[in-house]
Design a protein. Structure first.
Length: 291
């Protein structure tokens, strides 16, 4: 049912929009999105390019997997870099011991959508991830400034999706809206989808900062009294290394991960330091154009 729904929505996007694009980071949700897109349009190739907004603070394992998958399926990949905007003076790096670039992605993303005239961007966000994302519809309208108004969304009755827009506006589309983290992992197991090793248990140096286990990286400055220590961990979500927390885990197989997720009492994004900056941190970013 979930697979059928997601494929139906992808086909609706291809039918209603002139220049759609699929957001792709090398994380598990975007990998499932690519798998579904291949199924939706088989035997033809995916009819839209992939877009990665590169923060420059990515996990190397995710980038390597991204490039290998794109080469394997023969898709077109567009990469837009936050670092280029910083170098050109368009944006300013955050200050502090672990400056996140998640907020800086917004400008880079909106510029990429405008430059390529993309009118729909498909993303792998799910409603169970975070309360702000639970407010999204499948077809989420954005105004000409790329902004989202959660109180002014279009009804979606009987699987009818309204993609009408004015010049300069676009839509974010979320085919995985009704999926949960557990659904994702069960689908990965069922379809035998390859994923980056970073999702499995491994030994890594981390620092415990306010309860979040941050991996050793050039993007983090240790505070007084902090030290890195080796722990057996894995990542439930993959994003900016400066704010994406690991979880202690011995899950070395997908079946192990499924068992772990089924009993988890902390949400998938519970270890994301950027979401903990304020009660409405995610919604504030989404209103400005964040995915």
């Amino acid at each position: 049912m979930l697979e059928t729904e997601a494929i139906y929505i992808m086909r609706e996007v291809a039918a209603q929009f002139e220049r759609p694009v699929l957001m792709f980071s090398g994380g598990k949700d975007s990998i499932v999105m690519v798998h579904l897109a291949r199924k939706a349009f088989h035997p033809a190739p995916i009819p839209f390019p992939l877009l990665h907004v590169d923060t420059g603070h990515n996990f190397p394992e995710a980038l390597q997997f991204r490039d290998e998958l794109v080469e394997e399926i023969g898709a077109k990949l567009i990469v837009r870099k936050v670092q280029d905007d910083i170098d050109s003076g368009k944006q300013k790096e955050e200050e502090g011991p672990n400056p996140s670039r998640n907020g800086l992605q917004i400008r880079t993303l909106l510029d990429a959508l405008a430059d390529h005239k993309f009118d729909a961007a498909l993303g792998g966000a799910r409603r169970d991830e975070e309360k702000a994302r639970a407010k999204e519809r499948f077809f989420s309208h954005r105004d000409r400034f790329g902004q989202w108004d959660p109180k002014n969304q279009r009804p979606e009755l009987w699987s009818l999706y309204n993609g009408r827009k004015n010049v300069g506006e676009h839509f974010r589309v979320f085919p995985l809206s009704n999926w949960t983290e557990l659904d994702i992992w069960q689908y990965i197991a069922q379809q035998k989808i390859a994923i980056p090793e970073i999702y499995f248990s491994h030994t890594r140096k981390v620092v415990n900062r306010d309860g979040v286990l941050l991996a050793e990286s050039p993007y983090i400055t240790l505070l007084e009294g902090e030290t890195y220590e080796e722990k057996i961990i894995r990542f439930r979500t993959v994003g900016d290394m400066s704010c994406t927390g690991a979880v202690p885990s011995y899950a070395s197989t997908i079946d192990d991960i499924i068992d772990e997720v089924a009993t988890a009492r902390v949400t998938e994004r519970g270890g994301r330091a950027d979401d903990q900056r304020s009660e409405a941190a995610m919604e504030d970013r989404k209103r400005r154009g964040y995915f």
